[in-house]
Ligand binder design. Structure first.
Ligand SMILES: Cc1cc2nc3c(=O)[nH]c(=O)nc-3n(C[C@H](O)[C@H](O)[C@H](O)COP(=O)(O)OP(=O)(O)OC[C@H]3O[C@@H](n4cnc5c(N)ncnc54)[C@H](O)[C@@H]3O)c2cc1C
Length: 422
């Protein structure tokens, strides 16, 4: 039965089982709680910060989503506020999530950080900053881009300038008049480089290790994330040439500025490596063509002498912005339970429990997909809660998610990176 058809069946859910405990009040946690509410199952969200959508609130000031608003909604009929452009900005996303939480009357306890989860008689013991909690069913939704990851460049601590992870970059204040090296040629790296170049950095270079498959946010009026979602369903021998044609028509040839089109097509790369195309605004491409952003090879060392690139060039930037990705941050919380793969990703995050009563949600790269995953996860949970057979059945053993379930239409380098290392 599709979850859309499921109706609250009062009496079937054993209320003495207590609420489902959801960790994290980001899009994934909110979507899960709203789906449970729709089915009459109580949910308690616990959140370490003091507001919903905490990760969105702290992103850089000029962030514009790479997913169009249709692909950035969690479902359940909630929409972005009237007047939101096709590609919302950060604050539209925050307001959308705030009103989603209000409209579904979600129960969130703020200021509670989860440190560890352990099995407990018939359920789970959740150790938090405010004391232990127990629950029969727990959903971990602490975010795919949880912990900033910085390459372990030998001598990094001796670098004389400032090193900032892209997570902590807000705006060009503090970088005006400076020579800045952005490390990482993904969506955030290129977007931040453009922000810096536009607003007063003296020189902006971007160190690119792997040539990105670039796409514009929209291709001749069609949002690229929707186009990619459609092409993703086709065989790569058809989708790759179409993707290449779109790249040629919109991004064009940037080889004289240091960006060459990778040999591997967009969708082959996505399927084989889980590495999505890099979606940027047209203004980023214009800044590269104008020489306001210079593309240089990847970084091999950062130390007291400055930066060395993989081609041997030495640079002495005043500051480094490391757009080098994130880890899931799940290891200290659930690593001892044997539910994570070698990249720190949960074995399941789209439906089944990894251990009886323990689920993960939010390990897909965009909110539209997370909303759909939430429906699947809650459908599984609801079946378990309301069917005695499901509740007593031996849970399926945890196993790695199939590779094909990892890649999704791309939004940002960090967003779609399934690995614990960039
Ligand atoms: C720069 C950037 C740009 C992006 N652009 C897009 C885009 O254009 N479109 C798009 O759809 N997606 C985008 N994403 C991905 C986006 O972040 C996700 O789609 C979405 O926010 C993931 O939702 P989530 O709830 O899984 O995680 P999060 O939004 O990260 O929420 C997790 C929540 O858990 C809380 N938490 C974390 N650890 C704990 C703990 N131990 N205890 C208690 N609470 C905890 C956090 O405070 C947070 O509130 C972008 C990501 C980045 C980094």
């Amino acid at each position: 039965m599709a979850v859309r058809e499921a109706r609250p069946r009062s009496g079937q859910y054993d209320q003495t089982a207590g609420p489902v405990l959801i960790i994290g009040a980001g899009p994934a946690g909110l979507a899960a709680a709203a789906e449970l509410g729709r089915l009459g199952v109580p949910a308690q969200i616990i959140e370490r910060s003091d507001a919903v959508a905490a990760s969105w609130r702290t992103r850089y000031d000029r962030l514009r989503l790479n997913t169009c608003r249709w692909n950035s909604m969690l479902g359940l009929g909630d929409r972005f506020e009237a007047g939101t452009p096709w590609f919302p900005v950060r604050d539209h996303a925050v307001r959308y999530l705030e009103s989603f939480a209000l409209r579904h009357d979600l129960n969130v306890r703020f200021g509670v950080q989860v440190d560890r989860i352990d099995p407990d008689a018939g359920g789970w013991r959740v150790s938090t900053s405010t004391g232990p909690l127990t629950a029969q069913h727990v959903i971990v939704a602490i975010g795919h881009q949880h912990t900033p990851w910085l390459p372990d460049w030998p001598g990094r601590d001796q670098f004389p300038g400032r090193i900032v992870h892209s997570r902590d970059y807000r705006n060009p204040d503090g970088f005006r008049g400076r020579d800045v090296l952005v490390v990482g040629g993904g969506c955030s790296g290129l977007d931040i480089a453009r922000d810096l170049a536009q607003d007063g950095a003296r020189r902006v270079r971007v160190a690119v290790r792997t040539q990105p498959n670039l796409l514009l946010r929209s291709a001749r009026g069609v949002p690229s994330d929707l186009l990619a979602a459609g092409l993703l369903r086709m065989p790569t021998r058809i989708a790759d040439p179409i993707g290449r044609m779109v790249q040629r028509m919109t991004v064009g040839d940037l080889s004289q500025w240091g960006l060459t089109v990778p040999d591997v097509g967009i969708f082959t790369r996505l399927h084989q490596e889980g590495s999505p195309p890099v979606i940027v605004g047209a203004e980023v491409i214009a800044a590269i063509r104008a020489g306001e952003i210079e593309i240089v090879p990847g970084v091999s060392a950062v130390n007291a002498d400055g930066v060395r690139l993989t081609d041997g060039t030495a640079l002495q930037p005043d500051a480094i912005v490391a757009a080098t990705g994130y880890t899931t941050g799940l290891e200290p919380i659930v690593g001892h339970l044997g539910v994570l793969d070698e990249h720190g990703m949960p074995f399941h995050y789209r439906g089944p429990a990894v251990r009886p009563g323990l689920r993960f949600l939010g390990y897909a790269p965009c909110m539209g997909v997370i909303g759909r995953d939430a429906r699947r996860v809650i459908r599984h949970l609801y079946r378990e809660l309301t069917s005695p057979e499901a509740a007593t059945a031996t849970p399926e053993p945890a196993r790695p998610a199939p590779a094909a379930s990892i890649p999704e239409p791309a939004v940002s380098p960090e967003a779609a990176r399934p690995a614990s290392r960039p």
